[in-house]
Design a protein around this ligand. Structure first.
Ligand SMILES: Nc1nc2c(ncn2[C@@H]2O[C@H](COP(=O)(O)OP(=O)(O)OP(=O)(O)O)[C@@H](O)[C@H]2O)c(=O)[nH]1
Ligand code: SF4
Ligand SMILES: [Mg+2]
Length: 418
């Protein structure tokens, strides 16, 4: 049987103690260690079982600062190993003073949305030289999780393992798209199409939901709500159409997944005994590997905003925007009404991590993230966590805007505390 192993790579400058750290992890002389710079000429691989993490594939790499004839080729080889890794452990000798190599590793790893942990390896028997550590590029200093140890001292192995277990999220943690769906039940998908809705297909979250419900031997039924009429004087007409639709089932539908922007209508129209949630919430729970609670917790900030606070609305793709766009029009309008003095900024597309101001925001409101990989979304969450910036999501926000009861209701299918 194929074993699913996490790939953990050890990177850094020559002589920083990478091979020594490898041997600390494997508890044997897997890699040759020597004070001659460039001892590890080629990547050394080891398969081990790490208590608490399971089977892993370890890579001990050549120093990335090797400048000899083979240097560039080697560098490329090391960077190819980095691509394969789920976790990048960077070993830093804080007594050195040129950190270009470390900067290169971090830049590459971040571009590839890798998880990065820093090990400061102390060579002298003295206390950590904090001034040297302070001098290291800012990202290493306050941004990425780090541990300070002596790689040569096996007695510090437990500390290293604890550090990795505490800060690393294994790669295979996947969640179901719709864990609450039960076989033989009807689930309604509320899809209020507008001018920008592409013809010939459903949007990704909608088609994913249809597939997931069908796969579980349940029945997806799509419904197109006319939001314009629902919000107009003729609302009774649209409400009757919806009520008639619900009444047409011989077996009451178990749940409704709605476009988040219809929450103002749905939170009032959907009978209390039918479960209600939104596509955006479904997607963000899936993309974050089940971290919906983080987005719920983020929404609590919305009850306590002050003049001058800045909110960042983040959309993971550059789709075409209509007049009544959720991210650029509807959400800012709700914020402005409640908090006229709170500033709203926008971040469209994939360059989120390059937004140097991330730490200045009081809250991030993120879209469903259906066009980015789970890995990228999780990298965003890690950055925000490291900066201590709360995040919520469009579906959570638009439900919060309908009151705490509506918010609790859309959370109920996902979180046991509701
Ligand atoms: N005193 C002390 N020596 C260490 C420590 N870690 C590594 N060393 C020594 O430093 C030298 C270099 O360590 P290596 O583990 O070979 O370093 P490396 O990063 O793998 O180096 P290259 O393979 O050349 O890139 C060896 O002689 C190690 O024994 C440490 O924590 N304390
Ligand atoms: S990535 Fe975000 S903005 Fe783009 S379509 Fe998906 S939910 Fe909408
Ligand atoms: Mg080595």
């Amino acid at each position: 049987m194929q074993v699913n192993r996490d790939h953990i790579g050890i990177f850094g400058k020559m002589n920083s103690g990478k091979s020594t750290l490898m041997n600390m992890l494997t508890q044997q002389e897997t890699s040759i260690t020597d004070s001659t710079p460039g001892t590890t000429a080629d990547t050394k691989v080891s398969f081990i079982e790490l208590h608490g993490l399971g089977p892993v594939k370890l890579f001990d790499t050549a120093g990335l600062d090797e400048l000899s004839g083979l240097g560039t080729k080697k560098k490329q080889k090391v960077l190819n190993v980095l691509k394969e890794c789920d976790l990048v452990i960077m070993v830093v000798d804080p007594s050195t003073n040129n950190f270009e190599t470390e900067s290169l590793v971090v830049t590459h790893a971040r571009e590839l949305d890798k998880q990065i942990l820093i090990v400061f390896n102390l060579f002298e028997n003295s206390a950590p030289d904090t001034s040297a550590i302070q001098a290291i590029i800012p990202e290493l200093r306050f941004f990425l999780p780090s541990v300070t140890l002596r790689a040569i001292d096996q007695g510090e192995r437990a500390m290293l393992i604890d550090f990795v277990l505490k800060n690393y999220e294994p790669s295979d943690r996947q969640v179901e798209l719709l864990p609450f769906v039960e076989p033989g039940e009807f689930y309604i998908l509320n899809i209020p199409m507008d001018k920008e809705t592409p013809e010939g297909r459903f949007l990704r979250p909608q088609s994913m939901a249809v597939e997931a419900i069908t796969r579980k031997w349940a029945y997806p039924v799509s419904y197109r709500m006319n939001l314009k009429i629902a919000r107009s004087e003729n609302t009774a007409h649209e409400k009757k159409r919806f009520d008639d639709f619900l009444a047409s089932f011989t077996k009451k539908p178990k749940g409704i997944i709605t476009d988040s922007q219809a929450m103002d209508i749905m939170s009032n129209w959907v009978p209390a005994d039918i479960m209600l949630t939104t596509f955006s919430i479904m997607m963000i729970n899936f993309g974050s590997n089940g971290r919906l609670e983080t987005f719920y917790d983020g929404a609590t900030v919305l009850d306590n905003l002050h003049e001058g606070d800045k909110i960042l609305i983040a959309e993971a793709c550059n789709h075409s925007r209509i007049q009544e766009d959720i991210g650029t029009v509807q959400i800012p309008a709700i914020i402005k009404k409640r908090y006229p003095k709170v500033e709203v900024e926008f971040n469209f597309g994939r360059e989120f991590q390059q937004n140097e101001k991330l730490s200045e925001y009081r809250l991030i409101i993120h879209c469903g993230g259906c066009m980015i990989s789970n890995q990228k979304l999780k990298a965003r969450l890690r950055d925000l966590h490291n900066f201590d910036v709360p995040i919520t999501n469009y579906g959570v926000f638009l439900s919060w805007a309908q009151g705490q009861n509506a918010l609790n209701r859309v959370m109920k299918p996902w979180l046991t505390k509701f």
